[in-house]
Design a protein around this ligand. Structure first.
Ligand code: FES
Length: 398
């Protein structure tokens, strides 16, 4: 496996001959704490190993530095960002700095009082997650009784005049409900609906056998989405995030490593993608220790997969490498144990069979033999204690 503990030189890439462009999108993961226990959460399965959180002043420094670097879009996420009682202070600071701000939330804790305060602070946009259009499945997948509450929160968001994205992660359990999920978004007045097929990282990777849909389910869901798009026009824009295990070319993950995305984890670790912490050997710089400017331009972690020099064959000589940039580093690691390999979603990858096997198993309905594993502190501690030290994304059920 490629040894990520050995530093690389700062990037001089063909893609960015004039140097590295500044980050555009800052994701502030304010906390890993969450009232929900979703089986597909992308947070690290060993999130309990990273329980410290930046304080308000440290987050404000992050916002100022990121804005000075050029970041313009800001997502407040988690865990559940509403569990931070300084959220309004941070939103207000972000507004003053000129960020476009988005709150990415389960809705739990989003009272009228907080909506008023967030409006006053200048929040631009809210993304509210649902797990399904039915109470039964919504509550099962999050291991909470929150469906009715979420519906009331959606109403309150609209009553306060916020533009709203409804987000629903799709998988084999709820793909047959796509029409009902769209109806729900329309009834709630959402301006956007993000139907995000599960990406298999973090807890979703642990529960992959249970969540993986069949190709038929996906085809039917896509046809439903297309029909609705024709019928509703601009009333609600529907984004359908494709399930890459069913593709033949990988996604251009994060639009390139260290290209536009800068994530800050609750403890201050700076991440080039949401799930980069799963890559063994890579040390992520912390905003408590060095400036964001040094992190973005000079750190080994952010330079590691910039450009093309890191690529192995078949990516290195591939005439499509400028399109997909070799795909996703985290997926390459999860499926081939080497993050410098081609993303095996690509059918030119010698490891493509590892993707086909998973899809075939889903078609043969070999899943569901094990119960799903919910994201909670007890499971996180157990997985952190039992995983192979080199692979914190993996765990065994006991
Ligand atoms: Fe980490 Fe794709 S999710 S590079």
């Amino acid at each position: 496996m490629t040894d990520l503990s050995q530093p690389v030189a700062a990037a001089e890439s063909e893609a960015q001959p004039a140097g590295v462009a500044p980050p555009l999108w800052l994701l502030a993961e304010l906390t890993y704490r969450c009232p929900l226990h979703c089986v597909f959460c992308y947070n690290p399965v060993n999130y309990t190993d990273h329980s410290s959180e930046l304080d308000t002043a440290q987050w404000i420094d992050v916002l100022r530095e990121a804005r000075a670097l050029g970041a313009a879009q800001l997502g407040f996420s988690g865990g559940e960002p509403l569990l931070r009682d300084d959220l309004e202070v941070l939103v207000s600071e972000a507004r003053k700095l000129g960020f476009y701000t988005n709150l990415i939330t389960s809705g739990i804790g989003l009272t009228d009082k907080r909506l008023d305060a967030l409006k006053d602070a200048g929040l631009d946009h809210i993304q509210l997650s649902f797990q399904d259009s039915t109470q039964e499945l919504n509550d099962f997948l999050s291991s909470t009784r929150t469906f009715e509450l979420k519906k009331r929160v959606a109403e309150a968001i609209k009553a306060h005049g916020f533009p709203m994205v409804l987000n629903c992660v799709l998988h084999r359990y709820n793909l047959p409900h796509v029409d009902k999920i769209i109806d729900m978004a329309l009834a709630m007045g959402a301006e956007y609906l993000e139907l995000a097929n599960t990406q298999y990282y973090g807890w979703a990777h642990t529960n992959r056998a249970q969540l993986m849909p069949t190709a038929e389910q996906l085809k039917e869901a896509e046809a439903v989405v297309e029909r609705y798009r024709r019928e509703i026009g601009e009333r609600c824009r529907i984004f359908f995030v494709v399930p890459d295990y069913f593709e033949r070319r990988p996604k251009r993950c994060m639009n390139g490593w260290g290209s536009v995305f800068l994530g800050i984890a609750p403890d201050g670790a700076a991440l080039p993608c949401h799930t980069a912490r799963s890559l063994p050997g890579l040390t992520f710089p912390n905003v408590r220790d060095i400036s964001l400017r040094e992190i973005w331009y000079e750190s080994d972690a952010f330079n590691r997969f910039r450009g093309f020099d890191w690529m192995k064959e078949p990516c290195r000589s591939c005439d499509e490498k400028t399109i997909d940039l070799g795909g996703c580093r985290c997926q390459a690691y999860l499926l081939t144990q080497d993050p410098a390999n081609a993303d095996p979603v690509c059918d030119k990858s010698p490891h493509h069979e590892s993707v086909i096997r998973v899809v075939r198993a889903a078609a043969a309905r070999e899943a569901n033999e094990q119960p799903v594993l919910f994201r909670n502190d007890a499971n996180s501690r157990r997985l952190a204690a039992t995983h192979d030290d080199d692979d914190p994304t993996q765990g065994t059920r006991k």
